[in-house]
Ligand binder design. Structure first.
Ligand SMILES: *Cc1c(COP(=O)(O)O)cnc(C)c1O
Length: 222
């Protein structure tokens, strides 16, 4: 199937209130052009240099409505390659990164929309904050004047067992509800990014507002 057909297939099954991020990492700019031509507007990239190269290649005039979400591990020495160009950093996974985004924002008069990556999967290797760390951090949200906290991002355990994946998503959804109750002053904290090619229907069932789909749109990564 073509990129346009894959997109149409997903869109047909996706509730209207859920945003689709097309994860274009490792795929050429030409694939993004095809998806844009088929109506896709938000693209996800995980490596600063690759993002910068694609921004160069995809001119603003030609693709005026194209938006980027950064979804990978972001090193603090790469902020200037990323922050000026993205609508959202979905993958804030440490206090150090958050502090550096704040500092960069102060120096450049720039507010960054972020999601906090929450550690939920069984694997030790997955990045992200523990739930307690997120609670503590959000109690100090007002000191981050250059950061707009938009919600949570999560990745489920990498397993074929759907009951485990479902439990992961359920847990994140409950945690999100808890945070909204605890921090009603955070008016924009309402986005839940979870679900990838293999598990997005389960994520949507459990309250995802953003899904991040790569291979089911663009094919296997090269
Ligand atoms: C690569 C990636 C995706 C997309 O994965 P697919 O399985 O290709 O849909 C989603 N989220 C993050 C954080 C990724 O790194």
């Amino acid at each position: 199937m073509s990129i346009a057909e894959n997109l149409a297939d997903i869109k047909a099954r996706l509730p209207e209130n859920v945003e689709l991020v097309a994860v274009s990492k490792f795929h050429p700019a030409d694939a993004i052009k095809q998806a844009y031509g088929a109506g896709q507007r938000i693209f996800g990239e995980s490596r600063p240099q690759e993002l910068a190269a694609k921004i160069k290649e995809l001119g603003r005039q030609e693709f005026p409505e194209l938006q980027w979400h950064f979804i990978g591990h972001l090193q603090t020495n790469k902020l200037k390659l990323v922050l000026p160009y993205v609508a959202m950093v979905e993958s804030v996974d440490s206090l150090h990164l958050l502090d550096e985004i704040q500092k960069w924002g102060e120096a450049n008069s720039h507010i960054t929309d972020v999601l906090l990556e929450v550690h939920v999967a069984a694997e030790e290797s997955k990045q992200g904050f523990w739930e307690e760390e997120i609670i503590e951090l959000l109690f100090n949200a007002s000191k981050y004047s250059k950061i707009r906290f938009r919600g949570l991002m999560a990745m489920a355990t990498n397993t074929p067992d759907e009951s485990i994946i479902n439990a992961d998503f359920q847990r994140v959804d409950s945690f999100m509800a808890y945070l909204k109750e605890l921090f009603p002053e955070l008016k924009d904290f309402n986005q839940l990014s979870m679900g990838m090619s293999q598990d997005w229907p389960l994520a949507v069932k459990n309250g995802a507002t953003i899904i991040r789909i790569g291979s089911a749109i663009f094919g296997e990564r090269i």
